[in-house]
Write a protein that binds this ligand. Structure first.
Ligand code: 13P
Ligand code: SF4
Length: 309
């Protein structure tokens, strides 16, 4: 009989009164051991409502910080505190504050892919699943400052026919999908439905018949009767897509360098089953936030929750 780390994790969850939340970009074995798997909004919402005292967030650190901000009495763990995000790294607090101050009349609409510090100086947080609804709730005569993801912002601004002042951040994974190679792939598979995450460049998004959050893309694969899909987002989501539609052909959208595996998010992939087991055993590493910062950051996250639910 071989060693079953998943069984060990299940035992530890019971012993420690813990729940595991996982993002769709985690490896399949992590998703299978999780109690809840979803997009960033779903994970924030579950993190706010679960009963267990310990919440292990298998995803990137801003996701776990959001849970801690919304549900501060819980012990919030991550497998790896180094699991950041290029959008977080590309929006340092000081520069974001200076940008805000350049536009004192603007409403700062900030993507959840941001640090707790940046959330604390934002008016409202959005995710790709609720961004349109939230921006629509802002009076039309108010200027919108949108950051840190310029591609999500550009797509949303066009969709809502509303100008935004854009922060110039980007997801280092989604920007690598290549429009020319995607066009060529579509010629080879004219029967495929192209679906894309809005963090992709607009040159890629122009070919997609569905643009949406990870959960929206999964829903499309589940419900669309087509049998072939070209998917422009991180590879981890193929696990759930293939589970929902085992008979469907799922093709990864191409990046420029055909040989590279750069459509894997390097931060999401810092997590593994060993680290999850270790975190549950030791209750470390724990996400900690200064209480003054947490309370300030909660304002913009609470607004998102109030508008969305
Ligand atoms: P979702 O909210 O759509 O899951 O996106 C999170 C993310 O980090 C995409 O790169
Ligand atoms: Fe950040 Fe991109 Fe990774 Fe999502 S896929 S966590 S946006 S680096």
């Amino acid at each position: 009989m071989s060693y079953d780390i998943a069984a060990d994790i299940q035992r530890l969850k019971k012993e420690k009164n813990a729940v595991v939340l996982a993002h769709y970009y985690e490896d399949g074995d992590i998703q299978d051991v999780a109690d809840y798997v979803g997009d960033s909004f779903y994970l924030a919402k579950m993190g706010q409502t679960v009963k267990e005292q310990v919440i292990l967030l298998a995803g990137v650190v801003f996701m776990a910080e959001s849970v801690k901000i919304l549900n501060p009495t819980k012990t919030v763990l991550v497998p790896n505190l180094e699991a950041s995000c290029s959008l977080v790294k590309g929006a340092p607090y000081d520069k974001y504050l200076a940008w805000r101050r350049q536009h004192p009349d603007g409403i700062a609409v900030t993507y959840i892919n941001s640090s707790a510090e940046v959330k604390s100086i934002s008016d409202v947080i959005i995710t790709s699943s609720n961004a349109a609804q939230i921006v629509d709730s802002i009076p039309k005569d108010r200027k919108v400052l949108f950051g840190p993801d310029q591609h999500l912002g550009r797509w949303l601004s066009k969709k809502l026919n509303r100008p935004f002042e854009l922060w110039q951040g980007a997801c280092e994974v989604h920007v690598l999908f290549n429009a020319k190679r995607l066009y060529e792939l579509i010629q080879q598979h004219p029967d495929a439905v192209v679906i894309a995450h809005p963090e992709c460049d607009e040159s890629v998004l122009q070919y997609a018949s569905v643009v949406g959050s990870t959960s929206r893309l999964l829903e499309e694969v589940e419900k669309n009767p087509a049998t072939k899909f070209i998917v422009a987002t991180e590879t981890g989501i193929f696990h759930q897509m293939q589970k929902k539609r085992p008979e469907a052909t799922l093709i990864q959208a191409p990046v420029l360098d055909a040989g590279c595996s750069c459509n894997n998010c390097p931060y999401m992939k810092m997590n593994n089953m060993e680290k999850i087991k270790h975190a549950l055993e030791t209750l470390q590493p724990e996400v900690g936030l200064d209480e003054t910062l947490r309370v300030k950051a909660q304002v913009s996250l609470d607004r998102m929750m109030a508008i969305t639910s």
